[in-house]
Design a protein around this ligand. Structure first.
Ligand code: NDP
Length: 321
């Protein structure tokens, strides 16, 4: 496992990390979460990604309990949370990055995680209704109060990230150091084109999500939707459109063939492809079983072959944005 700096920040994260969206508190209970987290740490993963909204706070609770049970020393791991959607009904409690929501949300997360601070806090989406100065000052305050060590954004446009960075620069505040975008073989433009200048200009780091496009790049949906899989979940039916897109199905079929030739699995090839992009600090994995996590961590063994495989992969996914 390699440990990469988050952009130009000093913090180092493992090139593969473990996240809990859809899994912890939904498909994965506490004892299974414990197995997954223990396996992750044993294999060198030091970064664990969470969010207030995952399973409406339950995911943070589970992660906090597991860390306590496993007696992990605080300095051994990096943990994140994210704010925007909120988990309570009411004014100033949903879809905002205003100061009141953010301050209260952070206190709620720390309580659920049973921690004094998180290492990274993300603004989970941009909020066009709150002045950027208000959000940037609040994120800065979270850091000076010791409730977070670093802050970043998730799914913000390049222009929005730049604006936040400039506000922080002008007022000598803690700057956003990391963005958390979707990045996989179906979804590359933002990381490869839109953000291109930010890596050099402001030293932005990336922790990327959905390396398997929710499991589709594993090839398991080529023969329908397996029971219990993510795409079988009613609340996530919007994800099915990718699995039903003719062009994407063809690409996944060829990709499965290429993976077979390498002797690795399609999931391993898809994850190694994400991690082989040097602007990516950490690829956040999702898993519902130890077998999946073990397989996905096995992608590390493919890394030395990636420069030779990239051209073939590009050809397979050519024309898919
Ligand atoms: P993936 O695209 O890798 O999807 C993971 C899911 O795919 C698993 O839960 C599992 O679902 C299936 N899967 C995983 N490995 C395999 C395998 N080897 N073979 C077959 N199926 C497999 O990642 P996620 O979408 O889960 O994203 C990872 C993390 O990124 C999240 O946990 C979260 O922390 C973060 N994230 C952040 C977002 C943001 O807005 N900032 C948005 C989304 C995610 P199943 O078994 O149910 O089919």
């Amino acid at each position: 496992m390699e440990y990469r700096r988050l952009g130009k920040a000093g913090l180092k994260v493992s090139q593969l990390s473990l996240g809990s969206w859809v899994t912890f508190g939904k498909q994965v209970d506490r004892s299974k979460a414990r197995e997954l987290m223990a396996m992750a740490l044993d294999n060198g993963i030091n970064f664990f990604d969470n969010a207030e909204v995952y399973a409406a706070g339950e995911s943070e609770k589970i992660m906090g309990e597991v860390i306590k049970e496993l007696k992990w020393p605080r300095e051994k791991f990096v943990i994140s949370t994210k704010f925007f959607w909120g988990i309570q009904e009411g004014v100033n409690l949903r879809n905002t990055l205003n100061r009141k929501y953010l301050v209260q949300a952070m206190d709620g997360s720390l309580k659920r995680l049973n921690m004094d601070f998180v290492d990274i806090v993300y603004c989970h989406r941009p909020d066009p209704e709150t002045p950027i100065e208000e959000t940037v000052f609040t994120m800065h305050d979270m850091i000076t109060q010791g409730k977070a060590l670093y802050w970043g954004t998730s799914e913000w446009s390049a222009a929005e990230i730049m604006e936040a960075w400039q506000v922080a620069d002008r007022h000598h505040l803690h700057k956003p150091i990391v963005e958390q975008p979707q990045y996989n073989l179906f979804h590359r433009a933002r990381v490869e084109k839109e953000y291109a200048r930010l890596y050099k200009d402001i030293g932005l780091g990336l922790t990327t999500w959905s390396p398997l496009a929710s499991g589709i790049l594993s090839g398991k949906y080529l023969k329908g939707i397996p029971e219990g899989s993510r795409l079988s979940m009613g609340s996530l039916s919007w994800l099915r459109e990718h699995a039903e897109d003719e062009r994407k199905i063809e690409a996944v079929q060829s990709f499965v063939g290429l993976a077979r030739e390498t002797g690795f699995t399609p999931s391993q090839l898809a994850i190694a492809w994400c991690s082989s992009n040097p602007v990516v600090s950490s690829v956040i994995l999702g898993a519902t079983s130890e077998a999946q996590l073990k397989e996905n961590i096995g992608s590390l063994e493919l890394m030395p072959q990636m420069s030779d495989l990239k051209r073939q992969i590009d050809t397979i996914f050519d024309g898919i944005p």
